[in-house]
Design a protein around this ligand. Structure first.
Ligand code: FE2
Ligand code: FE2
Length: 285
């Protein structure tokens, strides 16, 4: 049994799940992101991946909880589990409301993800599944960082839905290294996590674009050149949210990479202080 610290997070890092609910029902009915069908469908497509994905993340981390002897990492696993479980609940509600309000079939979005998760349980070792989770957590962490540090990602979005995305991004930032530290503690290798990132990035975008196309088709906008041109611009040119995260995506391939090599907790602090101001404003009315 090792007594070495297994958590490599900053010493004063503390986080817990925030119990939240969001008033999103009315906004989800329409194109809530800048009146853009593409941007709306892009975020909705991501939301549709979370309930199944986050269950997989929780299970692959919790599988190793008895091998974690560092009490700090054990506490972080518990907080990670609580945060991801809350995200699942909120995104499940989001997805059910979305499908009900816009006439989509929820099953159609989840079918390929369900199949792949079943394949992962059948074919992959628990540690390889954990490597997949580590890779996915890198993707969510870099996208959350980009969203929290640039107003242009959610500019023009309905504030009630933007609130949900920001809350999720903040918690993804706080727990970004938990799966990674568990992976190191159980002897995860650099080669395995690099391969997992390549594979997971491919499937993440494949699923996201698949969901996006299902929605645009159902909305009668799948062949709209205008939507695709503006969507391409949003993702790759200006603001270019995927172009912007490419450099930090690459950091993961470095041998000595660790998610906390870049301490971006200032974004959490900024979000918390803006939340406090909002609360003060609303309670003074
Ligand atoms: Fe999450
Ligand atoms: Fe996460």
């Amino acid at each position: 049994m090792t007594t070495l610290p297994q958590s490599q997070s900053p010493d004063d890092l503390e986080f817990a799940a925030r119990r939240r609910s969001f008033d999103i029902q009315n906004a989800l009915r329409g194109d809530w992101h800048g009146d853009s069908a593409f941007k709306t469908a892009w975020f909705n497509a991501l939301s549709l991946l979370f309930p199944l994905g986050e269950k997989f993340f929780i299970d692959s981390v919790v599988h190793y909880k008895d091998e974690v002897h560092d009490p700090r990492l054990a506490t972080e696993i518990a907080a990670f589990r609580a945060q991801e479980a809350t995200h699942r609940i909120q995104h499940q509600r989001y997805n059910e409301l979305l499908c009900e309000l816009r006439g989509y079939a929820l099953d159609a979005f989840e079918v390929s993800q369900r199949k792949r998760i079943a394949w992962a349980y059948r074919e992959l070792t628990p540690r390889r599944r954990l490597a997949g989770t580590v890779a996915s957590e890198h993707l969510t962490a870099i996208m959350a960082h980009d969203m929290l540090s640039h107003d242009d990602v959610l500019a023009g979005a309905d504030p009630r839905i933007a609130e949900l995305w920001q809350w999720h991004g903040v918690e993804e930032t706080e727990h970004k290294a938990v799966a990674f530290d568990v992976y190191l503690a159980v002897g995860g290798t650099v080669k395995e996590r690099r391969r997992a990132l390549l594979l997971n990035t491919f499937f993440f975008f494949k699923d996201a674009f698949r969901n996006l196309c299902i929605m645009l088709k159902s909305d009668g906008k799948l062949w709209s050149v205008r939507e695709w041109a503006s969507g391409f611009k949003y993702l790759f040119i200006k603001p270019g949210i995927l172009r912007r995260v490419f450099r930090t995506w690459l950091h993961f391939f470095r041998r000595d990479f660790h998610p906390w090599e870049f301490d971006n907790r200032y974004l959490v602090a900024e979000w918390e202080s803006s939340e406090r101001n909002e609360h003060l404003k609303s309670s003074s009315h």
